[in-house]
Design a protein around this ligand. Structure first.
Ligand code: COA
Length: 240
């Protein structure tokens, strides 16, 4: 598709159906959901297990060809849990799997295909019993994980830190660091005294934010006609 032919009112209907679907079918699968939860392609978010909590104004962007998965596994002694703070952004293909505990602070951003797990799921010398080798994972506030980052069990990543695309995090990363590589090493530091714009700013006036989103849709799609949209679905050409 080279152009979005969807008429504005169809987008409005689609958005309303999505919100209904999220309220009716997705929200009850969490143990707790904050206000303002937005999920793109909610049918492509797969939640398995209990004790999954998510804060206010989370933006979860699933995609039809790249599912997001939040998984907690119960074991004899404990049940895994996932706590996600406020204002977090989660991109297509992100997988978060907990056998024990994964805690994610506020304002965190995860690029596509990030994988976070607090378990090796099998032992090195015992490969038949699951849930071996678990250690809690903590991502403090405002952590940004680049595309395809892997965070191993037992890791803490400090506040404001950034992990470069494709990195594998095997050791703790201190606050205000930029780390990259496999295994991830600190390559730079962030000046904590500089003003940083965090995601929470977007939602300071949430009503205004959602109004702006709608106005953007109106601007982009307002001139699209239903006839041209239907024609594009049935007989696309190189202008579609
Ligand atoms: C981590 C990142 C933000 C750092 O950017 P930067 O500050 O401009 O870093 P630089 O390009 O100056 O790189 C500094 C050094 O780290 C290395 N480096 C940077 N990113 C790296 C990565 N992902 N893996 C391995 N090494 C990396 C560079 O090669 C360079 O090494 P050198 O000093 O030996 O030449 C950026 O490299 C990155 O990975 N961005 C991807 C973000 C992303 O996934 N966004 C998706 C949308 S949310």
């Amino acid at each position: 598709m080279r152009r979005n032919n969807t008429p504005y009112f169809i987008k409005r209907i689609y958005t309303a159906i999505n919100r209904f679907y999220v309220r009716r079918f997705i929200a009850p699968q969490f143990d707790q959901v904050g206000e303002g939860l937005e999920i793109a392609h909610p049918r492509n978010l797969v939640i398995f297990g209990r004790h999954i909590y998510i804060g206010n104004y989370a933006q979860i962007i699933a995609a039809p060809d790249n599912y997001i998965r939040f998984t907690t596994w119960p074991s004899k002694s404990q049940s895994g849990e996932i706590h996600i703070g406020h204002y977090c952004l989660i991109s297509p293909g992100v997988r978060i799997s907990a056998a024990q505990s994964i805690r994610i602070g506020d304002n965190c951003m995860f690029a596509a295909n990030v994988y976070i797990s607090d378990s090796d799921w099998h032992g090195i010398y015992n490969r038949i019993r699951p849930f071996r080798c678990t250690k809690p994972v903590v991502l403090e506030n405002n952590v940004w994980l680049g595309e395809s980052v892997i965070v191993n069990k037992g890791i803490t990543i400090g506040e404001n830190s950034v992990i470069g695309a494709g990195s594998v995090v095997t050791k703790n990363i201190p606050a205000n660091s930029i780390a990259a590589g496999n295994p991830a090493r600190v390559i730079k530091t962030i000046n904590p005294n500089r003003r940083m714009l965090k995601r929470e700013l977007l939602f300071k006036d949430a009503e205004h934010y959602f109004y702006n989103q709608d106005q953007m849709d109106l601007y982009m799609l307002g001139k699209n006609s239903i006839w041209n949209w239907l024609r594009g679905l049935m007989k696309p050409n190189n202008l579609d």
